[in-house]
Design a protein around this ligand. Structure first.
Ligand SMILES: Cc1cc2nc3c(=O)[nH]c(=O)nc-3n(C[C@H](O)[C@H](O)[C@H](O)COP(=O)(O)OP(=O)(O)OC[C@H]3O[C@@H](n4cnc5c(N)ncnc54)[C@H](O)[C@@H]3O)c2cc1C
Length: 654
């Protein structure tokens, strides 16, 4: 009953009483060395910047993360290696999720993964006898910086409607788009615009997140890539087939330079654009909250404690009978969580408690934040009681409302490889010339300095709401069919993928439920894809697929035309394409599982100040707080709310 289980299988006696509150032994262990103003659990885009800002404001802060630091490893730093980073053993957490609750439907996805009796993965149908069904692979990063250390570096600012929706739901005007932009200005260190110009409005130039653009020289240098931009521009009605793109300037002129502009027409404007990336321009290396956390820790009272897995938030009763969060219980050691490769042989090295005089802030991400809250007694009463977890607060919305995108790719192949990669060995040899160029050529860092996505476009489907664009198509030289174990190793240098991504998807039927009371077990994660608003979302993705196909059809490269390889020529009718989408679609922006909402909404876990309603001293700040999934990409939105949370907490503390 609620006992912490360490990785060697032994159990420690529970630090809470049968009512869910910390027992007297725990409380008496508090001393000056383990007590802070604030404790932040999780150092990703939600928790990392927030912890640093609180420390800058003069508070003592303990920032705890289960992972350790790999921010200077080449695989993490090199933008092109972002797919390798997402499967990089030292930092990866391998979740397996259900797109559909019905296993017979879920198993139709060719990415469905099994664990074979010998312990290795099997991807696809007909696994060997005795294999255990796992689900669809969902990579996460457990490290200093969280998933910002392995993500694809796309740094998009959300749409105005994303913020105004929260303002409308909560009645808190501080969420209005007109107020939120200041937080982006605070965090951004823009390296592609000139400060003081009209174009620079709404951007920041001295924040901690370096932003730059995809390198158009790379597109120009590879005439196949140029042909793809041309084909896309023809299909979008921007140029005629007779147009000649014989300079970098001619290509750049076709693209929206600033997809993050502070313009009232941005959210409704279709077109091709250069992707804003969280990449440092001078080095073409990954930019993330990591450096901000480390520099703040050396200058302020920020203690970063890594390889520390939090198993419970601790509470005490108050005279007003409102529980108060007072600290955390944790265990130490590397790769303890069962999502970490090698966790079955990992060793717990210690355990302990830490205390917060002001607040505990949970920023453990969309899957782990609801898991940790529930294990601590905050969640739906029936679910907690079923597992004999003492209920501190019945909060029925914890682990509900989860959302994600729908994504698919249309891929096409050429007879020969893209020249952009010639000579690159992807660090498999000691003398990788592309690595040498990335590291040593100060004026042209080459192909390793890009995330691989050559350009993007946004476009409005026939079912888009609020007159906004709702389809993103990103073009990348890769044979990408979604996530499965080993997906990043599937190198194929003559295939192009158009990634079709549906923004503002309507389904909020996803759930995160406990699989056991062992904090090291992964929870059950089920998206119930297309359960709500499914017809409209399916229509939008279908139209995106047809757009991508049309773009391929308009493309004639020096090496001929592309042959479609996925979904392939056999899948042509609208019904067949839609069925293929339902089977194959994936997401990688899981969010909204601990939502902010109206005071009167019992399923809204948080108030508009990120506070867990019904508890004092406990907030949540990460991807799980959104009531609706924001925009096309989510990290920019999470960075922004992290800054907002810091401002709100500092103001409320004074
Ligand atoms: C492959 C991939 C590519 C992506 N690419 C992009 C992109 O290009 N652009 C974009 O906008 N978004 C992208 N995303 C999504 C984005 O990076 C994430 O949504 C975002 O990082 C989530 O931030 P977070 O703070 O909510 O949680 P996370 O980044 O998941 O951070 C949570 C942290 O909490 C720690 N933690 C969890 N539980 C505990 C515990 N019990 N005790 C201690 N520590 C704990 C974890 O170790 C982790 O470090 C991508 C995601 C994936 C998977």
């Amino acid at each position: 009953n609620g006992a912490a289980i360490n990785s060697t299988g032994s159990t420690a006696s529970s630090p809470v009483t049968s009512s869910g509150f910390a027992n007297s032994t725990v409380i008496s262990s508090q001393n000056a060395n383990n007590t802070y103003d604030y404790i932040v659990v999780g150092s990703g885009p939600g928790g990392g910047p927030l912890a640093a800002r609180l420390a800058e404001a003069g508070f003592s802060v303990l920032l705890v993360d289960a992972g350790d630091d790999h921010g200077t490893d080449s695989i993490v730093e090199i933008p092109l290696f972002q797919t390798f980073a997402s499967e990089y053993t030292p930092i990866t957490w391998q979740f397996f999720v259900n797109h559909y609750a019905d296993p017979t439907v879920a198993m139709q996805d060719p990415k469905f993964t099994w664990k074979q009796p010998n312990g290795t993965f099997w991807v696809g149908p007909d696994p060997p006898a005795g294999s255990e069904p796992l689900g669809i692979y969902y990579p996460r990063a457990s490290t200093l910086g969280g998933c910002a250390e392995h993500n694809a570096l796309v740094a998009l600012y959300p749409s105005e409607d994303d913020w105004d929706t929260i303002a409308n739901i909560t009645g808190d005007s501080s969420w209005a788009a007109s107020n939120m932009r200041q937080y982006w200005e605070k965090l951004e260190n823009n390296q592609y615009l000139t400060p003081g110009t009209a174009a620079a409005a709404g951007h920041g130039f001295d924040g901690w997140l370096d932003t730059t653009l995809t390198d158009m020289n790379l597109v120009f240098d590879d005439r196949r890539w140029t042909s793809l931009v041309k084909g896309a521009a023809i299909e979008m009605g921007e140029i005629l087939a007779s147009a000649v793109l014989n300079s970098v300037e001619a290509i750049t002129a076709l693209l929206i330079t600033d997809a993050n502009s502070d313009s009232t027409t941005r959210d409704s404007t279709s077109g091709l654009f250069q992707l804003p990336l969280s990449v440092t321009n001078t080095t073409r290396a990954r930019s993330s909250p990591r450096n901000f956390m480390l520099s703040t820790a050396s200058d302020f009272k920020l203690k970063i404690q890594l390889s520390t897995f939090v198993t419970r938030v601790l509470f005490e009763p108050t005279p007003a009978m409102v529980p108060r969060a007072i600290g955390i219980e944790y265990i130490t050691g590397s790769h303890l969580y069962s999502a970490a490769p090698g966790s079955d042989t990992a060793t717990q090295t210690g355990s302990g408690f830490a205390f917060a005089t002001r607040e505990v802030i949970v920023s453990a991400g969309t899957f782990n934040t609801p898991q940790l809250l529930k294990l601590s007694g905050v969640g739906p009463k029936a679910e907690l009681e079923n597992l004999n977890i003492p209920v501190v607060l019945n909060s029925p919305g914890v682990g509900t409302n989860m959302q994600d995108r729908y994504e698919v790719t249309v891929t096409g192949s050429l007879p020969t490889n893209f020249p952009s990669y010639s000579g690159c060995t992807f660090l498999e040899t000691a003398d990788d010339p592309c690595f040498d160029q990335w590291q040593n050529n100060q004026t042209d860092h080459g192909i390793y300095g890009t995330n691989g996505v050559a350009f993007g476009l946004v476009w409005g489907s026939s079912v888009a709401e609020l007159n906004e664009t709702d389809i993103f198509v990103g073009g990348l030289p890769a044979n990408f069919h979604g996530y499965f174990p080993g997906y990043s190793a599937a190198a194929d240098l003559h295939t192009w993928s158009y990634l079709v991504l549906k923004a503002h998807s309507r389904n909020n039927a996803g759930t995160v439920t406990l699989s056991s009371t062992n904090p090291l077990d992964m929870p059950n994660i089920t998206f119930n894809s297309f359960a709500i608003g499914g017809d409209d979302d399916l229509q939008a993705v279908y139209e995106g697929v047809e757009l991508a196909r049309a773009m391929f059809n308009q493309t004639i490269t020096p090496d001929g035309v592309f042959t479609e390889t996925f979904p392939g020529p056999a899948i042509q009718t609208e019904a067949d394409v839609k069925s293929w989408i339902q089977t194959n679609a994936w997401g990688h922006h899981a969010s909204c599982s601990v939502p902010i909402g109206a005071e009167s909404d019992p399923n809204a876990v948080l108030d508009s100040s990120f506070r867990v309603k019904g508890i004092t001293g406990l907030r949540v700040v990460d991807a799980s707080v959104f009531p609706k999934i924001p925009d096309f990409y989510i990290a920019g939105a999470i960075y922004t709310i992290s800054e907002k949370a810091a401002a709100v907490i500092i103001e409320q503390a004074s």
